[in-house]
Design a protein. Structure first.
Length: 457
């Protein structure tokens, strides 16, 4: 069965090539990463899979029945590898679009400040292709097919000798300078996600399926940063919430703790993004750049507060993942928080965590979830229905003050636990917290006694 052994070696090569792409991706050598993945995909699709499809005809009749299990295993392995390659391509495009969206924001900021934009030097722009390796033309890969040999189009390159591939476009953040180009990256990644999900179904591949949904969500977010139309930006962020929120109901909280943390935090960020997009729209209506609340429709105020509620619910779900044992009850979940009125959510958060559950890598997300919750609370548009019965007008700003005061106290303590400087991990945020602890008491008095508006921009 020399032919079958060659198929096994070819599958091993595809697997190793995928591993090589991980190295290039970590080094930000995105062009080499894409070429390695394309070479593996070419080997799998053009040589391995066609051979597996026709392998029965190559085996003697006496061996076909005894080899059936082995061949089925090889076919299953090749299908899994194909899905894995799709997933790796998606991860690459997520990184590319993330870098491109960051560069796009920097360009906008530079234009607003009236200074020239200086692109960040990218490793992948300066990378050199390694010398081609003679892999495909060795006897191991001679299957009696000419798919990897013969005439090649001028647009093709050989990352490995004998395996021509067509280079993928838009692999540098600096090449993606418009919505149309960003959309190209988004669509090619989205297509691969849908194909990969057919293999990584949630019933059996929970983590893989959830990760693909998270990457799809991130792609929507990065694409939205190139969009200028408010309605379309909101639709993209809304799609993220529709995509991820069912997972919090489907996945067991104890069994999939990490996923619950990641997803709830991301949903909180998405809802906050929607709130800020909406408020930016209101600001753009006024020449002063300030929101005129008298001109806002009831439906507009309600929608903003709905976004605020979603953000508070998700950040509460996230922070309670670190609560003490006595507080670990089923009601500390997004399903429960969603049933509460908005004013009760102002203090729904874990402010007495089991600090031993917060690893060094989780300190910033934990603190930032509270900090972002304060931003949400400061942007709530108070109305009679959204305030507690007989409660003060400054209800939400008072909740902000309590949370900021707590952050000023706990942030240095958590950082000290791991010998990390708070200025390094949470520096800008802690300064804002300290300033607002001093400023908010006067604002609260003005709101309660002088009728000042509550929205803090």
């Amino acid at each position: 069965l020399e032919f079958v052994n060659k198929l096994k070696l070819a599958l091993d090569w595809v697997k190793n090539c995928g591993g090589m792409s991980v190295f290039y991706m970590a080094m930000k050598h995105y062009k080499n990463c894409a070429l390695a993945l394309s070479s593996a995909e070419n080997m799998l699709r053009q040589i391995v899979m066609p051979c597996l499809k026709n392998v029965d005809s190559r085996l003697p009749t006496s061996l076909r029945e005894s080899s059936a299990t082995m061949l089925n295993n090889l076919k299953s392995t090749s299908e899994e590898m194909e899905a894995d390659l799709h997933r790796r391509f998606v991860s690459l495009d997520v990184l590319i679009l993330k870098a491109a969206s960051s560069a796009h924001k920097e360009k906008i900021l530079a234009a607003e400040m009236g200074i020239p934009y200086v692109p960040t030097e990218e490793t992948e722009d300066n990378e050199e292709l390694p010398s081609k390796q003679s892999v495909a033309d060795s006897s191991v890969f001679k299957f009696g097919t000419s798919s990897s040999s013969g005439s090649k189009e001028s647009s093709e390159v050989e990352f490995f000798t004998g395996i021509p591939v067509t280079p993928i476009t838009f692999l540098s953040a600096n090449d993606i300078d418009s919505f149309e180009k960003a959309r190209t990256v988004f669509l090619r990644a989205a297509t691969r996600i849908e194909v990969a999900k057919k293999h990584y179904v949630i019933d059996g591949f929970v983590t893989d399926h959830s990760t693909l949904l998270q990457e799809h969500s991130q792609l929507y977010h990065y694409l939205s940063l190139f969009e200028t139309e408010t309605k379309r930006k909101l639709a993209m962020e809304s799609r993220r919430i529709e995509m991820l929120s069912p997972l919090l109901h489907q996945l067991n909280k104890a069994s999939y703790e990490v996923l619950h943390k990641q997803i709830s935090y991301e949903l909180g960020e998405s809802a906050l993004a929607m709130l800020e997009i909406k408020l930016d729209k209101f600001r753009s209506r006024e020449s002063s750049g300030e929101i005129d609340f008298k001109k806002l429709k009831v439906a507009e105020k309600t929608k903003c507060n709905e976004y605020s509620k979603t953000a508070l619910v998700m950040f509460a779900h996230f922070t309670y993942m670190y609560c003490q044992a006595k507080d670990r009850i089923s009601t500390k979940t997004s399903q429960h928080f969603e049933t509460l009125p908005l004013y009760q959510l102002s203090d729904c958060c874990c402010m007495d965590p089991d600090e031993g559950l917060i690893s060094e890598d989780e300190i910033r997300p934990f603190l930032n979830a509270h900090f972002l919750s304060c931003r949400v609370l400061s942007k709530i548009i108070p109305s009679k229905n959204d305030l507690p019965p007989d409660g003060p007008k400054a209800h939400y700003i008072m909740a902000c003050l309590r949370r900021y005061t707590w952050l000023v106290e706990i942030a240095p303590r958590l950082c000290k636990r791991y010998n990390v400087e708070v200025s390094t991990l949470f520096g800008d945020e802690i300064k804002i917290c300290q300033d607002l602890v001093k400023l908010l008491p006067a604002k609260i008095d003005r709101m309660n006694y002088l009728g000042e508006g509550g929205l803090s921009l």
